[in-house]
Design a binder for this molecule. Sequence first.
Ligand code: FAD
Ligand code: SF4
Ligand code: SF4
Ligand code: SF4
Length: 498
Amino acid sequence: MLQQVDKKLIENLSPKDIMDATYEASKNFQIRAFFEAKKEILEAQKYSEQEFYEILDAMIDAETERRYVLNKMRQITEPLFMEDLVKKISEIPLENVIRDVFYLKEQGYVEEQVEVKTKEIMKTIKGEEKTVEVKEYFYRYITLPESTEFREHYFEPVSIVDEAGVCCRCGFCSAICPVDAIKVDADSLEINDEKCMKCGLCFTVCPRSFSINRAYENIIKLTNSLSFSEKMGGYLSTYSGSTTKDEIKEVRQDGGIVTSLLEYMLTNDIVDAIIAVKHSDKLWKPEPVIVDDIKDLYKTGGTKYANSPSLNLLDKAKEYERVAFVGVPCMMNALVKGSLFPSGLPFYKNIIYKIGLFCYESFSYDEIIKLVKEKFEEDINNLTKMNIDSGKFIINLKNQEEKIVPLKDVQSYARHTCHFCDDLTSEYADISVGSIGAPGGYSAVVIRSKAGEEIYQGAVKAGIIESKELTEVKPGKFLVEKIAGIKKMNCKSIEWDI
Ligand SMILES: Cc1cc2nc3c(=O)[nH]c(=O)nc-3n(C[C@H](O)[C@H](O)[C@H](O)COP(=O)(O)OP(=O)(O)OC[C@H]3O[C@@H](n4cnc5c(N)ncnc54)[C@H](O)[C@@H]3O)c2cc1C
Ligand code: SF4
Ligand code: SF4
Ligand code: SF4
């Protein structure tokens, strides 16, 4: 969706404007840190020399474009809505202007002014028409006054995200860190201070550091690229689907849509490999895996409710040209954030499909064991399935028994970091899949890109998936929006200790 800076476009701007912008860009701390650590970066072997220069070039071009946008904004005296601002800087593609304004805000140059208005609407509550008040938010953008005291905001390494207790252990910072200074596993994050060259790139791409929601919403609305729902993000279409393959029915969580799509992509040579999750040596402890052979695919079927830092595997999956990644919403967010910022050049260009799961919360492996023991009086090794459905936490046992407790009774076992997450439906995926909204044995599917629609329709045409519109089934899209709205409403704000 987003464009890298077009060199020809920059060449078309006035030479003086470009020189001013390039001069300002050269002072950016991220670019300097990255450039000065060339030797250490090449020694770490995460990026080749060619990739190093590609990333550096993209960072310089993007920062130059940002400085140009900043200089143009400084000539505007009134705070403007984004739709008016992009018209004033129409020589730059509007997606890029939006991206630039939001990054300039994080860098400390731009202020977002919020106006809240209250309006009354009619709503049917328990069969009765009632008037209710709703708040509407309006956002305008303006540069902050220039001052000699001003220092561009410096992005700290992500240890501050961990110290704030909000790291969701997605693993993306570890995958992109140019000097390999970050280790992330399911329960901890460690930064090697001796290796770290303080480039702040990990903070830039971390899904928890600053939100991209408003930037993305503006891009969707102003490009008219997707329908937009306040509760479940941008989408093209919604379906209820189920696999037609008996072998997948044996291993699936809900409709077996994820495994069916992965099988379709692998067998039709659409991707070379998949990053998914299987049980590790310890049953129910997830282990991220790269699958390049269909015979290993079914081991990944079914949900493991403990978190898996799957983005850690991106570096290992570099040898494959076309990869599909399966993960939870925070991981989809990280992947898109890393392709928006700092430069519009994705760190991993080989991730060509993102399949996102719905996710209200996840658990640490230790807490899952505890939950099963304390709430069900069972040993985790006796379980054949765990499921969250219609407000219940359900387990199935090897002896065919099913046990159920209300979901509210197990929520205290969920990870603290998940309380800071506002995305139920993987809003940044190409295809999102969950159980909410679909009938038993089916999955709710939200398609969010043309590439996602092609894959889904291809699998339907191939006869591996049977599908209906989500609006044709009960409980349907209404319930997805309702639960997604509840998650957003309950999401806590992060308090930074800076
Ligand atoms: C932690 C977690 C919480 C969830 N919470 C909800 C919820 O509240 N509401 C809802 O509607 N749906 C939720 N889901 C999604 C739901 O459980 C199913 O995964 C989804 O409906 C797809 O079902 P399926 O039959 O199509 O998938 P399958 O064909 O069974 O494939 C499942 C896929 O999930 C991947 N996977 C399994 N565990 C993990 C994990 N821990 N991390 C990353 N990937 C994993 C596997 O690699 C596999 O590719 C959650 C999933 C997870 C992982
Ligand atoms: S990128 Fe992911 S793993 Fe790294 S600090 Fe942020 S949330 Fe944690
Ligand atoms: S830990 Fe973060 S700040 Fe340090 S080198 Fe790695 S990406 Fe840069
Ligand atoms: S609730 Fe959010 S932060 Fe927690 S695992 Fe799910 S997507 Fe990640």
